[in-house]
Design a protein around this ligand. Structure first.
Ligand code: MLT
Length: 387
């Protein structure tokens, strides 16, 4: 089923009869065979088809969001737990709004006020939220790889809400969607996209590098050499294959004729001392100002994943100027997260349907085998009695 054509998505929730089970996700399952992932841990495992399906489903969700009541019953009865071990405004709230728009039962856990503060381990916490009914877990953690560990211990779907320096898949997806809605013709391929700033500590940069190059963009990573470590070696080693990316500290070269400039926050909480002389010096040498933006194409888009430190990585007038799509990124985050929750739930739902069909089939096979066996036994018993 094509998500964009799914009639259940077009039924406003207020028209739904809560006693009608067929209005739940079972009726709205994602296209069988098209979405096969149980978890969303990073974008590096997504094929071009997966990315297209997410973009197409996001467009449908964006239409839902224009309704007076932006709610559909797709995840009714699904427990979604949002477990954040790091501070967040946009990502946490946007996952919550997305899950509620799909009528899920949402539980929010801030690690600081949970049993984690009493020493409970991540694995124990995951077992606990599962025992309490969660079928989807959105996890943010300061340790890279934590969602992968969670996925080994959680029988539902894990969505990575950002892990350490490693990955932030829904941010990359919302950035891709924003570009597809804002670039002429919706074409990302061949566009020069500059990711500027603290690339080394940025999970946003790492995930975007995968999805934007997969979409054919020409990605430039730019910042002080100390904040690009590892990426230059990666590019030089030809790891990029046919993907196009350049790593440089030459800001004018990066900005010249850029179609998109994405500024990144200086992540002080992850930064070892000695990587930057001072924030003032960083702002003076790499801050995105109006004068510097003049090197890019006149219609170039300005992006930022937030939270912004205005006056450091981006000047306030650039952040709110006519080229900025930063608030659109935030709004698109809800539609993208609705899309991935919907697709993951649909995939699990189809897997469950396939599993119960297989169980029915093998039970049927057992029954007929049993019938054959007992008929055979009866025959031999009859023969034995006659002999
Ligand atoms: C993140 O969680 O990585 C943010 O969206 C970007 C940041 O914290 O600077």
């Amino acid at each position: 089923m094509n998500a964009a054509a799914d009639p259940a998505l077009f039924a406003p929730d207020d028209a739904a009869d809560p006693n009608e089970p067929d209005r739940t996700l079972a009726a709205n399952a994602a296209p069988a065979g098209r979405w096969t992932h149980q978890h969303l841990l990073d974008v590096d495992v997504l094929t071009t088809d997966d990315l297209d399906l997410i973009m197409q489903t996001t467009a449908t969700m964006a239409q839902v969001l224009t309704r007076p009541i932006p709610k559909v019953p797709a995840l009714r009865g699904w427990g979604v737990t949002i477990l954040f071990y790091e501070a967040s405004t946009r990502t946490r709230v946007s996952f919550e709004v997305a899950a509620k728009n799909l009528s899920a039962d949402v539980v929010n856990i801030a690690a600081a006020s949970s049993s984690v503060s009493k020493g409970e381990s991540l694995i124990d916490t995951i077992r606990t939220v599962e025992a309490l009914g969660a079928r989807m877990l959105v996890l943010r953690h300061a340790t890279s790889g934590a969602p992968y560990l969670a996925a080994e211990h959680f029988s539902g779907s894990v969505l990575n809400g950002g892990d350490g320096w490693h990955a932030h898949p829904t941010q990359a997806l919302l950035d891709l969607y924003t570009l597809r809605t804002r670039l002429p013709g919706g074409i990302v391929a061949g566009r020069k996209v500059v990711i500027l700033g603290d690339v080394m500590h940025s999970r946003v940069a790492r995930s975007n590098l995968w999805s934007l190059t997969a979409a054919g963009a020409d990605v430039w990573l730019c910042g002080p050499a100390t904040l690009l470590r590892g990426f230059d070696a990666w590019a030089a080693a030809g790891v990029a294959g046919s993907r196009r990316f350049t790593v440089t500290s030459d800001l004018p070269a990066a900005l010249r004729d850029a179609d998109v400039v994405m500024a990144l926050r200086i992540q002080r909480e992850r930064m070892a001392s000695g990587l930057l002389p001072s924030l003032r010096e960083y702002a003076a040498r790499f801050g995105l100002t109006r004068e510097r933006m003049a090197l890019a194409r006149p219609d170039a888009l300005v992006m930022h994943p937030g939270p912004m430190n205005e006056g450091v990585e981006i000047a306030p007038d650039v952040a709110t100027g006519r080229q900025s799509v930063i608030t659109e990124q935030v709004a698109n985050g809800v539609a993208v997260r609705m899309a991935v929750l919907y697709l993951l739930a649909g995939a699990r739902d189809s897997a469950a349907t396939r599993e119960s069909a297989a169980t029915r089939e093998s039970a049927g096979a057992r029954d007929s085998a049993g019938a054959r066996d007992s008929a055979g036994a009866r025959d031999s018993a009859g023969r034995a009695a006659a002999e």
